[in-house]
Write a protein that binds this ligand. Structure first.
Ligand SMILES: [Zn+2]
Length: 342
């Protein structure tokens, strides 16, 4: 199994402790055919993730397609990536997993680690809601609550990985995670009768859904199943918007910001490690990076709930941005996480 560095393009043979290039760059999967996960391992670890339903919802005065990602085994889209990351850990002979998360990814990794019979430790912010910690512990994970920012939490997890040689089951750094999230686009294409909407509006913090979506859309284009890539409209919370800032400035790298705090805690990422890749992905699709205020997020959460769909604030971020998409464009949004965990 080979990884390619997204910054210096070095190619390495992946092992259980390979997680970041010595140059500091994030790895992608090599497309040389060396990166295939055995179907029997995936089948054994699957909890039935993916294949989420779609329904039409009305946001403002327009109808959009909502894909119910919260209808997943651990109630968020993170299950799509987690099954791949844990399968890779099994294939590479990992003995112990470490993850860090604002909540949903940690829950997903804990669940699949339990399925694999691997011990798992999850680093979370001390402020993480109890509703997110209870399932992690129920799955048998050891939860470490870290005081400080989301970046402090990641640093604590990385220290543990470096000190103990554990497998870093990071949804941000592990390239297998994106191999899982790309199915979002393949499913949407099939569910809409062999087409994609003009715009995919997606929440962006660490970019796992945006980067997976591009990967999936590129595959459809290469296979001749679509004529053009859908525009990726990446949405940030206005109070934590380093990618929107870099995009507006025409920059190719993302400078860290100071988080001011937002209800959309799942995407409050001050310094996204794959920032450059996210900017390039949006530009490749002639897309955009936009921001929404907490007020708009809460209004969208309410509008969705009034249509029967109760999601956490972060999951209402794409809905809050729909009015910023060109009139007449067809739009799909993910409802990425359940409200009961908010
Ligand atoms: Zn490198």
């Amino acid at each position: 199994m080979r990884f390619v560095c997204g910054s210096c393009e070095a190619v390495v043979e992946a092992g259980p402790t390979t997680w970041r290039c010595p140059c500091g760059g994030p790895y992608s999967l090599s497309d040389d055919g060396s990166s295939e996960l055995p179907a029997d391992v995936l089948a054994r670890l699957s909890l039935g993730e993916g294949r989420t339903p779609i329904v039409d919802v009305v946001i403002g005065d327009r109808s959009v397609v909502a894909k119910l990602e919260f209808a997943s085994p651990t109630l968020s889209f993170k299950d799509r990536g987690a099954v791949m990351v844990v399968a890779a850990a099994v294939v590479l002979g990992a003995r112990r997993l470490v993850a860090d998360s604002s909540g949903n990814a940690g829950t997903a990794i804990a669940a699949y680690a339990a399925r694999a019979g691997l011990p798992c430790e999850v680093y979370v912010a001390a402020t993480t809601s109890p509703a997110k910690l209870t399932p992690m512990r129920a799955h048998g994970a050891v939860v470490h609550a870290i005081a400080g920012t989301r970046e402090d939490v990641a640093a604590a997890a990385i220290d543990a990985v470096e000190d103990t040689g554990a497998f870093y089951a990071s949804h941000v750094w592990n390239p297998w995670f994106l191999e899982g999230t790309k199915a979002y686009v393949h499913e949407l294409h099939a569910q809409l009768g062999g087409r994609l909407p003009d715009a995919l509006v997606l929440p962006v913090g660490n970019g796992t859904l945006v980067l997976g979506a591009l990967r999936g859309a590129r595959e459809l284009l290469a296979a001749g199943q679509i004529d053009a890539l859908p525009r990726l409209i990446a949405v940030q919370a206005a109070a934590s918007a380093p990618i929107a800032k870099a995009f507006a400035a025409g920059a190719s790298a993302v400078a860290a910001v100071t988080n001011e705090g937002t209800v959309a805690e799942g995407i409050a990422i001050a310094a996204p490690p794959r920032g450059s890749q996210i900017l390039a992905a949006v530009r490749e699709t002639c897309g955009d990076v936009v921001t929404v205020t907490d007020e708009e997020v809460l209004a969208a959460q309410d509008a969705l709930a009034r249509q029967g769909l109760y999601v956490e604030p972060t999951a209402a971020v794409p809905a809050a941005a729909v009015r910023q998409v060109d009139d007449g464009a067809t739009v799909a949004i993910p409802l990425s996480g359940a409200g009961l965990k908010g």
